[in-house]
Design a protein around this ligand. Structure first.
Ligand SMILES: *Cc1c(COP(=O)(O)O)cnc(C)c1O
Length: 435
């Protein structure tokens, strides 16, 4: 095969949590040997480290020590019940974007009073559901939504707590599909319209204005966009206070990036040290804060295990066909995203070659990694790293592929938090035509 080189030692610096490491010739997550889990539970298989999630959360808690802050895990990053349970037990609230996510919070034992509801397209039914449950705040994204929410609340004899999502018009310098704080994005209300819209909100009988929020994008690896967004939001808070509109909390959203490859995002505590210094300097240090981190809490706490089905040498490319695909790991197909791919049991007995690592789905977009140097044979198992966020929660059944099983590792303990989906599971809600 082309690009063959002498076998090299397995790479030791893995992008991921420190809970992921090679020991005794095999990749481990906490105390669990991943090869053993893949054998026992089959592949593709997601495995998450509870310690890595709690360590990621602790970085935020450390950064906020002594402050009034509510951390709302943005659960669309990974909404599996076992994952939600870990964060609920650690005292987190949740940032939801649908009625379905609210049902998951309730099923996982989350505190509904610490739930905030984001999203540009909330339905009346979802508003009723959230009001009935008693959620903490609606993060409203348009003037029209304010009117509808007020109507719905009044029809139930309630008032809805609201925050308005302001679009600060700052460039988060990330992939266009996950950049949300620029003028051309569908999210939030324009900075220049915000004061007028707040006045409108304050005039509506079914609403109680409690906060202001922003969220400028995802996989953000620089501090400057956050500082700029904070300045813009605080400018607004100042003019609102001047206009006599009081708010209880400021919500700075989520978006902090993780290391997938050569990314160097600030640590959560370092980022917040800088942001809190600005907050203090501008005189808002005593205000109640909220944040909505998703990816940075779970992304590097999980891996996806997969088996090499075939090696397929080609004239231009060598392909390494694995049993995980774009339906399990949609980020490369959606955003040309990079996930590191490493062997579970590195071997020195075969030569390295360069492969495009692809799945079985019938789409040329179904690739997981391009031009990867691997020493592998059919039957070997690999780990796709940084797979804790926006993988299982985006997984689909395309090609009638059942969704993977999920495990949560806690020290040497292994919890099955989702069993593998069967073909019968997938067909459960379908019916043959009766004639
Ligand atoms: C997706 C989202 C988040 C979380 O973003 P991450 O990049 O995963 O931290 C937070 N707030 C809102 C409104 C979102 O849509």
């Amino acid at each position: 095969m082309s690009s063959a080189t002498a076998p090299a030692a397995p790479r030791t610096e893995l992008p991921g949590a420190p809970q992921l490491a090679y020991r005794d010739g095999g990749l481990h997550l906490e105390e669990a040997r991943l090869e053993v889990l893949a054998q026992a539970y089959g592949t593709p298989l997601f495995v998450y480290s509870k310690a890595a999630m709690l360590a990621a959360l602790a970085a935020y808690q450390h950064g906020f020590a002594g402050r009034a802050v509510q951390i709302c895990y943005a659960m669309k990053a990974n909404s599996s019940l076992g994952v939600l349970q870990v964060f609920a037990r650690a005292g987190c609230g949740f940032d939801i974007v649908s009625g379905g996510e609210l049902a998951r919070v309730l099923a996982a034992g989350g505190d509904v009073g610490k739930v905030i509801f984001s999203g540009v397209g909330k339905t009346r039914a979802e508003m009723r559901q959230a009001l009935t449950a008693g959620i903490g705040c609606f993060n409203v994204e348009s003037e029209a939504e304010l009117d509808v929410l007020s109507d719905v609340a009044l029809s139930m004899g309630l008032t809805a707590p609201v925050s308005i999502r302001v679009n600060p018009n700052v460039d988060a310098k990330t992939h266009p599909y996950i950049s949300t704080g620029l003028k051309g994005n569908k999210f939030g209300v324009a900075h220049e319209d915000a004061l007028r819209i707040y006045r409108h909100a304050a005039s509506l009988k079914g609403l109680r204005v409690v906060g202001i929020d922003c969220h400028i994008g995802s996989q953000i690896t620089e501090t400057t966009p956050y500082l700029d967004a904070m300045d813009r939001v605080l400018d607004l808070v100042a003019s609102m206070e001047h206009a006599g509109i009081a708010i209880e909390h400021i919500d700075f959203g989520g978006g902090l990036g993780i290391n997938y490859n050569q990314d160097a995002p600030p640590a959560a505590d370092a980022l917040w040290r800088e942001l809190l210094a600005k907050l203090d300097a501008r005189g808002y240090g005593g205000k109640k804060l909220m944040i909505e981190p998703g990816r940075s809490l779970v992304g590097n706490a999980g891996v996806c295990l997969t088996e090499v089905l075939y090696l397929k040498p080609g004239e231009q490319k060598n392909f390494c066909v694995i049993d995980a695909a774009m339906n399990d790991l949609p980020r490369p197909a959606m955003y040309q995203a990079f996930h590191a791919i490493v062997p579970l049991a590195p071997r020195r007995d075969i030569q390295e070659a360069t492969y495009d690592v692809v799945g079985p789905v019938c789409e040329s977009g179904d690739w997981i990694g391009r031009d990867r140097t691997l020493a592998v044979a059919a039957g070997d198992r690999l780990a796709v790293l940084s797979a804790g966020a926006y993988c299982m929660s985006m997984a689909s059944n395309y090609n009638t592929r059942g969704r993977a099983a999920e495990l949560l590792v806690d020290g040497a303990k292994v919890h099955v938090i989702r069993r593998r989906e069967t073909a019968a599971d997938q067909m459960r809600h379908e019916q043959l035509i009766q004639d």
